[in-house]
Design a protein around this ligand. Sequence first.
Ligand code: NDP
Length: 231
Amino acid sequence: MAKHLFITGANRGLGLTMVKQYLQAGWNVTACCREPEQAGELILLLEEHESLSVFQLDVTDYPALQQLGDNLQGEPIDLLINNAGYYGPKGSTLGDIDVEEWRRVFEINSIAPLKVLEAFRENLKLASSSIFAILSSKMGSMGDNTSGGTYIYRSSKAAINSVVRSLSVDLRDDNIAVVALHPGWVKTEMGGPNALIDAQESVTGLKRVLDGLDMSQTGEFLDFRGQKIPW
Ligand code: NDP
């Protein structure tokens, strides 16, 4: 039976590229985005792929998240990717912190991924072995932070890294592997045009890492080449 990917933030960037690569690999894909009516490329894929379903979802709308979880009750999910993320204001330097934006970035990057897991934990348990992967960032690494600044985005990804570690312990008995992933610096709307790699290269690497992942690696922080990143 074909495997099942569930992914958030699937209308553009890394999320859309993941949808394409997993469809190509023969997976069933459930792709969520905030505004399907604006997601031209994703919606076009529906015409070519019966194995694709698209749902409207803002990951910070927790009642809607639970409702979608209820609607998909009984369907195994082999791979749940929390890809949706938000960088927030570009500056975010000392003395120039927008507190409201910090709260918003935290809501999307640090709190919502845990609520996504809660909504679909039972689906992950139904697969024989499953993975919850979170798109984190090397920017959230304490060990790698030698350049300072970027308080908002860095702290939100550091927080989700901590969530990943706790989940990896709490979900061990459910046989769900949990990992934080760094996709590289990627040319997307978030990464910008000066980034080092394109989405195709990043996702090819991330997919290879996920294809080879097992429970022995739960709780790890890995980049798109499979290298461990310091916490
Ligand atoms: P983009 O900015 O291109 O895409 C972000 C995606 O997240 C969009 O689909 C966006 O939807 C979605 N999103 C944002 N807020 C919400 C929300 N509340 N609910 C649902 N979806 C939401 O970013 P990338 O594709 O580059 O990034 C994907 C992930 O990878 C992010 O988590 C990011 O932090 C991480 N990452 C990216 C790096 C890079 O260099 N690009 C480096 C390190 C990590 P919408 O179009 O509706 O806004």
